[in-house]
Write a protein that binds this ligand. Structure first.
Ligand SMILES: NC(=O)c1ccc[n+]([C@@H]2O[C@H](COP(=O)([O-])OP(=O)(O)OC[C@H]3O[C@@H](n4cnc5c(N)ncnc54)[C@H](OP(=O)(O)O)[C@@H]3O)[C@@H](O)[C@H]2O)c1
Length: 325
């Protein structure tokens, strides 16, 4: 089968399309023929090896040689202990714990896989797992957004941000989206009430305060976030610099005790219920995946470059239904 392989951290140039052995499922795995897989910032971080947490398990060389975590495809074969899925089922899910989605086939346990609703395409469901679940857990579960609250989403024009803006609006919040100059109209089109261009304005220095800040790309000091929160506000670090991450771990509890402002990390827990919830929201027309561009498998390097170098609006999808098969 074809797979996009890398053996060292670096630019998209280190990725190679190769012929590798088609995997065989163990008793506890299913073999998936991949139809679509989305590109996440976590793939980009795994490619370049930055921030440092992207090297967990592989400090000098990547632990996994095939990136790609948000897969959608058909079950081709099942192991002996598989109870829930059968050959022919159309499924999707986040396989971030093992990766391997930038390939024609992958073997995975059945636990992270949900059934694809008939009303959605493989590309649409591939856009959901990581990005929409980050948004769901950040806005609904941890953020507990209420009508009328002020919500700021930093990185609102990217994969998770586009879902977070839609969800926060659906809970009745007044939403501020922060992203680059080229994405301001795009964030408005998703429903953002206010937009901030991060290349021109620092949202922690304009005197405004928020009930919830969902930070998809954090790099400021913890004190800047404290300043931008209302007295009982919540801030969640989803991804960003290691320096900010450590500050939040060390100083977040102290800030909570002394000010009541809640500054924490959001460690996303992939689970089937949330995947089903987001597909139900999509089917009900309350949430929609925004697919910016599609690339065939052999153009995974271009797709990652497009996302990593800052052009993508919403999701970038690798589709295997195109020229690779
Ligand atoms: N906590 C967890 O459990 C967990 C799990 C999975 C993933 N993650 C993290 O979740 C995040 C999700 O990202 P994603 O997939 O939505 O990424 P994405 O699609 O790349 O979106 C990120 C957006 O942020 C923008 N941006 C870049 N620098 C910015 C800045 N300084 N201020 C404001 N916006 C900026 C980007 O725009 P440009 O075009 O200008 O770059 C892009 O539009 C990643 O950081 C990933 O590591 C966390």
């Amino acid at each position: 089968m074809k797979a996009v392989v890398y053996t060292q951290y670096g630019s998209p140039d280190v990725l190679q399309l190769k012929e590798v052995a088609k995997p065989t499922p163990t008793d506890d795995e299913v073999l998936i023929k991949i139809e679509a897989v989305s590109v996440n910032r976590s793939d980009w971080e795994g490619l370049i090896g930055k921030p440092l947490y992207a090297r967990i398990g592989g400090l000098l060389k990547p632990r996994r040689q095939v990136l790609g975590s948000d897969i959608a495809g058909r079950v081709e074969m099942v192991g002996r202990n598989i109870k829930r899925l059968k050959p022919g089922d159309e499924v999707f899910g986040d396989i971030m714990a093992q990766m391997g989605g930038f390939a024609e086939y992958v073997c995975v346990r059945e636990k992270p896989l949900a059934l694809k609703p008939a009303s959605m395409t493989f590309e649409e469901v591939a856009a959901l797992p990581q990005a929409a679940v980050i948004a769901l857990q950040g806005i609904r579960d941890k953020g507990q957004v209420q009508p009328g609250q002020q919500v700021l989403i930093n990185g609102a024009g990217g994969g998770a941000g586009t879902f977070a803006v839609q969800l926060a609006k659906s809970y009745g919040a007044e939403v501020t989206g922060v992203d680059n100059t080229g994405k301001l109209d795009f964030m408005r089109s998703l429903g953002a009430d206010h937009v901030i261009d991060y290349t021109r304005e620092d949202f922690t220095k304009n005197g405004k305060q928020y009930d919830l800040i969902l930070d998809l790309i954090a790099h400021r000091s913890v004190f800047a976030y404290r300043r931008a929160l209302r007295p009982t506000g919540r801030y969640f670090f989803v991804g960003g610099s290691v320096a900010t991450l450590f500050q939040i771990l060390l100083l977040g509890p102290l800030i909570r005790r002394t000010t009541g402002k809640n500054i924490r990390l959001l460690a996303v827990q992939p689970n089937l219920n949330d995947l089903v919830n987001v597909t139900e929201l999509c089917e009900a027309g309350k949430l929609f995946p925004v697919i910016d561009r599609r690339f065939p498998l052999h153009e995974v390097p271009e797709a990652l470059r497009y996302l990593g170098e800052g052009s993508a609006r919403g999701k970038v999808i690798i589709t295997l239904e195109q020229s690779d098969q």
